[in-house]
Write a protein that binds this ligand. Structure first.
Ligand code: GAR
Length: 202
């Protein structure tokens, strides 16, 4: 049975991409292979991680297209050329509309750094999520891996893990703890679950 071909979409540091690469090397993603990294900007350190691991990569910038539709059609064409079966949004900061998400039902997963439905949706991304959790004063936060549909952070939840907030946490310290204790563990697990389902043609 051929492996599920996975494209990982990135915008920044790419530590979640690294967690996937490391898990794959340990044999923890037997049903899938990371076949492509797609970055929203050419400064993303995630591109260096892809190059170091001989994973093909491509940069597609939203601003180079006149419309959202033209941008999404260009991304779809790249995915088709690379026979991609499944998409992982790993710190991908560009918006994808229903035109795109509806083309890959239950084939796009996202990692979000909170326990959805808290601190999610429009405006909640990256460090802002942790700033909001600390400002609210919650004592527990975490991460969620979910399917992506047309509602921002609104798709079916696949896995979640809680992380304690500690006295004196800054957004940066909390972000790192949520990554270490939740995101980097959950994302490879969820990716294998989905890749295995798709490999079976389900
Ligand atoms: C991660 O914390 C990820 O959960 C978050 O951005 C960070 C990317 O880090 N994603 C979102 O906020 C999406 N709404 P990385 O580039 O090192 O993986």
């Amino acid at each position: 049975m051929s492996k599920t071909r996975i494209a990982v979409f990135v915008s920044g540091g790419g530590t979640n991409l690294q967690a996937l690469i490391d898990a794959a090397k340990r044999g923890e993603i037997p049903s899938g292979e990371i076949a492509l990294v797609l970055a929203s900007n050419d400064k993303a350190y995630a591109l260096t991680r892809a190059a170091e691991n001989n994973i093909p990569s491509v940069v597609v910038k939203r601003k180079e297209f006149e419309t959202q539709l033209a941008y999404e059609e260009a991304v779809k064409a790249i995915l088709a050329e690379n026979s991609i079966d499944m998409i992982v949004l790993a710190g991908f900061m560009s918006i994808l509309s229903e035109n795109f998400t509806a083309a890959y039902p239950k084939r796009i997963v996202n990692v979000h750094p909170s326990l959805i439905p808290s601190f999610c949706g429009k405006g909640f991304y990256g460090l802002h999520v942790h700033e909001a959790a600390l400002a609210y004063g919650v004592k527990v936060t975490g991460a969620t891996v979910h399917y992506v549909n047309e509602i921002p952070d609104g798709g079916e939840i696949i896995l979640q893990k809680a992380v304690e907030i500690e006295e004196g946490d800054t957004p940066e310290v909390l972000q790192r703890r949520v990554m270490e204790q939740a995101e980097w563990i959950l994302l490879p697990k969820a990716v294998e679950m989905v890749a295995a389902r798709l490999q079976k043609g389900q």
